[in-house]
Ligand binder design. Structure first.
Ligand SMILES: [Zn+2]
Length: 252
């Protein structure tokens, strides 16, 4: 069965959540989803959803574009909830905002993850080298790490693979201009890649104009199976095994 390792059903991005939650609950192909927080409120909401919907697990964290007025002390209280499987998404984003503050939040949240023995989900928008630099100079995730929606670069990939960190592929791998992502996919060992929708963002082909949903993960798996010349079932099996290894609390 499929695990969507990274999606968002929260107040920032969707008004009518019930419809999307029910669609996942009723979909027999989906084993579970990791509903990723972007700030304190959406992380708390993710935990609340997980309490009444058995397929839903949570990741809690402050995204680099949402750090304003976010107190990291509150994150500890959230992170000890039983269905929290990771800290994230956290990272660096060069679009806007206070970059020094983004770095401080990233360092502090990796530290929290290490204290609580949790893996981290990294968001890096054109900042892979800077994130790696923080790992080397300040604090490195000790209990697993995934670069979600990995921006393809074979040099960065070498570092991630050397450290046993995961790379996750979303809808972009299905696009016509995905040449570099395909190169990266072919270079990633089979034990180190995951699949995700990042829904409601980044809808895969052939549904690029629609709001993305977890069920669309099948298009991503299908495309990866084509690229790797193996069966759909094989990719489904590999990615769900990898996801359970990375997010150990999914199986507790
Ligand atoms: Zn995301």
């Amino acid at each position: 069965m499929i695990i969507d390792s990274h999606m968002h059903i929260n107040s920032i991005v969707l008004d009518d959540k019930t419809k999307y939650i029910n669609a996942i609950n009723k979909n027999f192909a989906i084993e579970s989803v990791i509903n990723v927080g972007l700030n304190y409120a959406s992380s708390k909401e993710s935990i609340d959803i997980s309490k009444s919907n058995f397929k839903f697990f949570s990741s809690v964290g402050i995204h680099p574009l949402y750090i304003e007025n976010q107190d990291l002390k509150n994150l500890y209280d959230l992170a000890i909830s039983p269905k929290v499987v990771a800290i994230g998404e956290i990272g660096l984003d060069n679009i806007k905002g206070n970059f020094e503050e983004q770095k401080r939040y990233l360092i502090e949240q990796i530290t929290i993850a290490n204290i609580l023995h949790l893996p981290v989900i990294i968001h890096s928008n054109n900042c892979n080298r800077l994130v790696i630099d923080i790992f080397e100079r300040f604090v490195k995730p000790k209990y697993g790490c995934v670069f979600h929606c990995f921006q393809p670069d074979l040099e960065d990939l070498k570092y991630l693979v050397y450290n046993g960190f995961y790379i996750s592929f979303a809808g972009r791998i299905t696009y016509n201009n995905a040449k570099k992502s395909i190169e990266v996919l072919n270079a990633v060992p089979n034990n180190l890649f995951l699949v995700e929708t990042d829904s409601p963002y980044i809808s895969p082909e052939p549904l690029r104009k629609e709001i993305n949903e977890s069920s669309n993960i099948k298009y991503i798996i299908k495309k990866i199976a084509e690229i790797k010349r193996c069966s759909y079932e094989e990719i489904e099996r590999i990615t769900s095994e990898n996801t359970k290894k990375m997010f150990r609390r999914l199986t507790l």
